[in-house]
Design a protein around this ligand. Structure first.
Ligand code: CO
Length: 506
């Protein structure tokens, strides 16, 4: 290869590295906004983040970036799209092309709206006051519609938004996979409801002191391999995980002293995201080969540790004695089998983040359909609460008694994240397919979990998924790792294996 190509490639890498440094500063501000910011600090924070977003956008769309990318895309370094240089150039070109289509004013306006929108949403949710939030959401939806038009699409505007979170996926492909899931899931959930089995869920709403939940949750996160020397756990109203550098991963949770699941499974979930972040290539951190491939794959990691590991009987064979010691009042007299049934109980409910593994996907379908209606079909924000309630009635058989328990429950739309929810269900499907494959290659995993051994699974995921970065698309990665394209079959097998015995189904 020519010396010019080599020099251009180094320049592109160092520019991209600088952009990811700026992006990590954005993450620090975002973490602080959601964990530490006093209420009245929001407008100034919005100014800070808007300014930074503008600077980042300017650097991305600098004509020199375009020159470098165009010339490298034609060079020998890009010949093999799966080589280190080929994948790096290909992915940076994709990022650049997307950025280039967005006007700076739109980027800044969306950043500003997302900080102010989140603050307005938080208050609206606390006080059940939809009207306090709806004017912000109306503006956000309007801007997201503009964004979709600016980016462009083949089939529908929603494709352009989905692509930000699940690159390469089309609305129609996702809709087809989720339709298959729905077809098998809805009658299965009905069968469970018809079984008449009483679930011992009362166990979970006993008293679990918050401080003990924190230490117990940290112990579990540590056991599965989350490195607290390279990360930390803090408290927030709306849990998330944010990577800020190769050795700085922040996870957050919230504690409810009268509900065990929320913090414990929340911590395992975020720690699962954290393991992905901590498992990325340090030498490429922030560049395509040291970044996560998609949010769906990210969510597959969190879901795997939360549900496939954390809600397994084997996991609790190991952890239950420690849980009984930590929470003697709540669990001292409860048998392992009852506790296991309680944490796996299936019951339609109003709140997505508290939903069980089976009904969870119905919550996502509601949002997936509403988002398409908002972006593709012109559903007005004013009509959203009504549309939300009627979908909950038809999918889950429940009508939210308030907007707080309905359309106001999630943070996403307030932050401009439209197209994001879908990745949660994709994550469940990816997780099931990866987990089956891991069990085939390095299992039986259940025996390892029962002995408190989680290292082999963590390392398998790191090698097969985390260290690949964005070398392959999510769809290619699934095929490479499991030998099959994504489908809902593995998830249904997982649910049947777990739930049929608990509910005495054939
Ligand atoms: Co997650």
């Amino acid at each position: 290869m020519s010396a010019t190509d080599q020099a251009n490639y180094q320049e592109l890498r160092s520019r991209a590295m600088e952009l990811s440094l700026l992006g990590s500063i954005e993450s620090v501000l975002g973490w602080d906004e959601r964990v530490m910011l006093p209420e009245l600090g929001a407008p100034y924070r919005a100014e800070q983040m808007t300014m930074l977003a503008g600077k980042i956008h300017q650097s991305w769309t600098d004509p020199r970036m375009g020159e470098l990318i165009e010339s490298l895309a034609e060079s020998e370094l890009a010949n093999d799209p799966e080589s280190d240089s080929g994948a790096t150039i290909r992915e940076l070109k994709k990022d650049y092309d997307r950025r280039k289509k967005l006007p700076e004013a739109l980027v800044k306006e969306l950043t500003r709206l997302s900080v102010l929108g989140q603050q307005a949403w938080q208050k609206a949710r606390e006080t059940n006051n939809w009207n306090q939030f709806s004017p912000f959401l109306a503006q956000i939806v309007e801007k997201k519609r503009e964004e979709a038009q600016a980016i462009g699409y083949e089939e529908c505007p929603y494709d352009a938004l989905l692509d930000e979170y699940e690159p390469g996926e089309k609305t129609s492909q996702v809709a087809a996979v989720l339709a298959g899931l729905k077809e098998d899931l809805v009658p299965f959930i009905q069968q469970i409801a018809d079984s008449g089995k009483q679930t011992p869920v009362e166990i979970l709403s006993r008293y679990y002191p918050a401080a003990v939940q924190e230490s117990f949750g940290k112990e579990a996160a540590n056991a599965i391999g989350f490195d607290f020397q390279r990360g930390r756990l803090d408290e927030t109203a709306h849990p998330f995980c944010s990577g800020m550098g190769p050795n700085d991963c922040r996870i957050t949770t919230r504690y409810n002293p009268n509900f065990f699941n929320e913090a414990f499974f929340g911590i395992l979930h975020e720690a699962g995201h954290g393991l992905y972040d901590q498992g990325l290539r340090a030498d490429e951190y922030g560049l395509p080969l040291g970044s996560a491939v998609s949010l769906g794959i990210h969510e597959s990691q969190s879901r795997m540790w939360e549900n496939f590991v954390g809600r397994s009987l084997a996991f609790w064979k190991h952890f239950y004695p420690a849980a009984q010691l930590a929470f003697p009042e709540a669990l001292g007299n409860v048998k392992l089998e009852s506790f296991y049934f309680a944490i796996n109980a299936v019951e339609p409910s109003l709140i997505r983040v508290e939903a069980d593994e089976a009904t969870y996907n119905l919550h996502i379908l509601v949002r997936f359909e509403l988002e398409q209606a908002l972006i593709n079909d012109g559903l007005s924000v004013a009509d959203l609460p009504q549309a939300w309630n009627s979908k909950y009635e038809s999918y889950l058989g429940l009508t939210p008694p308030s907007d707080t328990l309905g359309v106001l429950q999630d943070i996403h739309w307030s932050g401009g994240a439209i197209g994001y929810f879908t990745t949660y269900s994709l994550g469940n499907l990816y997780a099931a397919q990866f987990f089956e494959q891991a069990d085939r290659e390095i299992g039986p995993l259940q025996e390892q979990f029962a002995a408190g051994v989680f290292q082999p699974l963590k390392e398998w995921l790191q090698t097969k998924i985390h260290q690949q970065g964005r070398r392959y698309s999510a769809a290619q990665l699934v095929e490479k790792v499991t030998g099959k394209p994504l489908s809902h079959q593995a998830l249904m097998r997982h649910l049947h294996t777990k739930l049929d015995p608990l509910y005495d189904l054939n």
